[in-house]
Write a protein that binds this ligand. Sequence first.
Ligand code: FES
Length: 515
Amino acid sequence: MSSLSTKPISYWIDSTSQINNSEFIENISVDVAIVGAGIVGLTAAHRLKKAGKTVAVIESKKVATGVSGHTTAKITSLHQLIYQDLIAELGQEKAKLYADSNQAALEYIANLVQTEQIDCDFSRQNSYTFAESVKQLEKIEAEVEAAQSLGLPASFVKTTSLPFPISGAIQFENQAQFHVRKYLLHLAKSIPGDGSYLFEETRVEDVKEEKTACRVETRRGKITAKDVIVATNIPILDQGLFFAKAYPKRSYLIGAPIEPENAPEGMFIGTGDKYRSIRTTPYNGRLLLLVGGEGHKTGEVTETNKRFVPLEEYARARFGVNSIDYRWSSQDMVSFDKLPYIGKLTPLHHHIYVATGLSLWGMTKGTLSGMLLSDMILEKENPWLNLYDSTRATPFVSKTSIKQNADVAIHWIGDRLKGRQDSLSEINPGDGKVVDVDGEQVAVYRDEKNTFHAVSAVCSHLGCVVNWNDAEKSWDCPCHGARFDCNGQVLHGPATKDLSNLQISEDQEGQVVSV
Ligand code: FES
């Protein structure tokens, strides 16, 4: 089967069942409310409950079906090539805090899997960043030196188990991988009971910090809590301006069955613009080879389905796989200064916490976020808190941030002025386009049965114009990464409001009109 004819679902989600926590209880009061049941929220909730707090985890969809359910699930402190930059930009001491904290997050997961006997395909693996061209070799060697100087388990290798030649690689020993959703479902199941709750299919629209407590407003009712953690990939609350301190990036993965004798051992990531991320996972007595890459800023590519094709060609040519069983894509916020933001929503908030900007390495940084935020709420000392302080100001003046925020301005103004088509006949079944209707931008999707679904194309976050994503059949905002399904329902923040539904048709001259 080819990547384009296979089912578009994450292997982690397809191979696990749902838990049913859809009931909602209004007006409850807990110590800590946690918005989002991904790796950040569930790690924090699990720790807080064990420390004696009552918690309520509130998830807009199902547990671990957002960003955490779409990852490569590598648990490693090897983050492609980062340590030479961290040392140059932040100094040796801060770079060491980054290294130590990510190693600690890895060991935290390993210990939890061991002590709670979590059945989640956890295995120790070496992790590699490899260069195929000799041009990249210098960077690899510099990264080895930088990582070793920070005490990381790093070494330079000339060969790996990859079935093609490389010019060299950095190897981190004793890292790990797992089945992320099996792990997170275990954490999720530990939450309900003894005054704690897990509410799925409950969208939070606002959180307010008031004098005596925080108020969490959901579409199904209110909850009161002393502290609130907003763990929604990008915070759904705008006050911290995190949407302007990081940018949203989409990336793509395919899963192909592979015989164990042909599979590489370890977890890999390449270098350069066209890098590939590679690992395997147990799969019905065989292995599933995961190949990822083809990333781009959210909303800037419309024909996203085509992004799977180079991944499929790579898997077939390099690993000799015959068929592709899975394809999926994901989205993460990339921080401008390479560090995640973990801490208070703003310096003026004392009880609302956030974590974002995990920059595609969410297993260690997400776990670390859960560890740090729970420690903050429990008023425990933690040596890494300052490094990741979410209220730090420097990212606003970085080169990347200036470009990204200029791009946002260009989208905000330019997309409104763009000549859009005004005929429905140009939209094929299964496709979506933005159509001009009496000067209004309307996002129109024609489904496979030829029914049109029309919603406002103006993003409900801050008003940029959305673009079609054909792989996910979604409307994606190029400004801060909000995503909506073809009926306008929010799929991904920072938006919390749906796109408004519209009725349209064509008049006798073939012009689209509102009805
Ligand atoms: Fe901010 Fe759309 S996500 S304007």
